[in-house]
Design a protein around this ligand. Structure first.
Ligand code: GAR
Length: 205
């Protein structure tokens, strides 16, 4: 099937600028994959609006509403099966996925983290906290990492990384913006293409 593409679900929780970068890369950087579903852990995430504007179905799986981690993950799995998903992209997804969940999708979940792993990563390091930690430590260089997701938080194999210089007067907010613009929004579409291509090749074997 020469026209076949990897079917991608993007998981979001907030503003969805990384989702937007993926949407904008459709057909250019991302040629081997197709964005077919957006899953939001928050009912009011602006990312849902972005999905709608791009014509991508968006569904909500909210742990608070579903009552337990098991019910939350069962709902997500039901959606992934419904849409026949090959690859999951965590793009600012702020809910933890259990080992039971990640084990079901080996090398089929990727995540973007706003630091150079193994720095400023793991439990408790998300969003602006990551940039605050980098500034508190006083590092001169930070960046972003796209990696496979396994049972260790931010511990899976690294796919791509890009460094970003820290400036003297940076705040967590200015640093977050620059890391997004210079690293995350570039790396994530490239990684989506790389992994989609790999998945298609292994399907053919
Ligand atoms: C991004 O900076 C992403 O790297 C980070 O949250 C932000 C989401 O922004 N993710 C993590 O911290 C995960 N540990 P977005 O919703 O605009 O893409």
């Amino acid at each position: 099937m020469p026209n076949e593409k990897a079917r991608i679900a993007v998981f979001v929780s907030g503003g969805g600028t990384n989702l937007q970068a993926l949407i904008d890369a459709r057909g250019t950087v991302i040629k081997s994959g197709e964005l077919v579903l957006v899953v939001s852990s928050q009912p009011d995430a602006y990312a849902i609006e972005r999905a709608k504007q791009a014509g991508i179905p968006a569904v909500v799986a909210c742990k608070r509403e579903l009552g337990s981690q098991e019910a939350f993950e069962a709902e997500i799995r039901r959606r992934l099966d419904e849409y026949n998903i090959d690859l999951i992209i965590l793009a600012g997804f702020m809910s933890i996925l259990s080992e039971d969940f990640t084990r079901r999708y080996p090398k089929r979940i990727i995540n973007v983290h706003p630091a150079l792993i193994p720095s400023f990563c793991g439990k408790g390091y998300y969003g602006l906290r990551v940039h605050q930690a980098a500034l508190d430590y006083g590092v001169k260089v930070t960046g972003a990492t796209v990696h496979f997701v396994n049972e260790i938080p931010d511990g899976g194999e690294i796919i791509l990384q890009k460094a970003v210089a820290i400036r003297k007067n940076d705040t967590p907010e200015t640093l977050q913006k620059r890391v997004m613009e210079q690293a995350e929004w570039k790396l994530l579409p490239r990684a989506a293409e790389l992994v989609s291509k790999q998945l298609l090749n292994t399907k053919k074997e």
